[in-house]
Design a protein around this ligand. Structure first.
Ligand SMILES: CC(C)(COP(=O)(O)OP(=O)(O)OC[C@H]1O[C@@H](n2cnc3c(N)ncnc32)[C@H](O)[C@@H]1OP(=O)(O)O)[C@@H](O)C(=O)NCCC(=O)NCCS
Length: 174
């Protein structure tokens, strides 16, 4: 598997793989992916296997909170799930974030997306304290606007030393 930054030539294939993430992932328009490839390519890794795009992450560093990298979208082709692809892509984002000196990756998730919740927890993300819990998961009320309540997950990035690989014991301890 090759992991490579999003580029113009991959935009259509990335949109196609994002469709497999619905309803949990919003497929963006071509001009959005074009902007991501121009502005955030180093935090938008694409996984390629045998010449085909099998997964992608869209993430970006905050301008106002430069310690933070927000993971916006993650989708893996169904035929390639449970093979560590999401873990490898998140690891790529985490490595870039650490190069910049960022302190955390964070993301929101649908409360009922148990597969994603299991994935983030396995990769070492912690569920931030919320307003209430659903099935043991903390949910932050209105975190994406009025009435839009989601769990928020955060991966703390160590300040120095080798990058922990999410999914390993070291990553889980972060
Ligand atoms: C969630 C998603 C990105 C995970 O991608 P993936 O490549 O299959 O994840 P990985 O193989 O890296 O899994 C890492 C760990 O997460 C956990 N995990 C992943 N899928 C799981 C599942 N279906 N059930 C339980 N645990 C799961 C496991 O612990 C796994 O490690 P293991 O296989 O060694 O046990 C993928 O299922 C997907 O694209 N879902 C649809 C879109 C989506 O929900 N995106 C996230 C929005 S917040």
């Amino acid at each position: 598997m090759l992991i490579t930054p999003l580029c113009v030539d991959l935009i259509d294939a990335v949109a196609d793989v994002m469709r497999f993430g619905e309803p949990y992932v919003t497929v963006r328009g071509p001009s959005d992916y074009l902007l991501y490839s121009r502005l955030f390519a180093s935090t938008c890794p694409v996984a390629i296997d045998d010449g085909a795009v099998i997964g992608a992450v869209i993430a970006m560093r905050s301008q106002d909170e430069p310690d933070d990298v927000h993971v916006q979208d993650v989708a893996i082709h169904p035929a390639h799930r449970r093979r560590g692809v999401a873990g490898a892509l998140i690891s790529s984002v985490a490595m870039q974030a650490r190069v910049w000196g960022c302190h955390r990756l964070w993301l929101t998730c649908a409360p009922g997306n148990t597969t994603a919740i299991a994935t983030w927890q396995r990769l070492g993300f912690r569920n931030l304290p919320g307003s209430y819990t659903i099935d043991g998961i903390q949910v932050i009320a209105d975190c994406k606007g009025p009435g839009r309540c989601h769990p928020v997950f955060q991966l703390d990035l160590p300040a120095a030393g080798p990058v922990a690989q999410p999914g390993t014991a070291a990553g889980a301890d972060t």
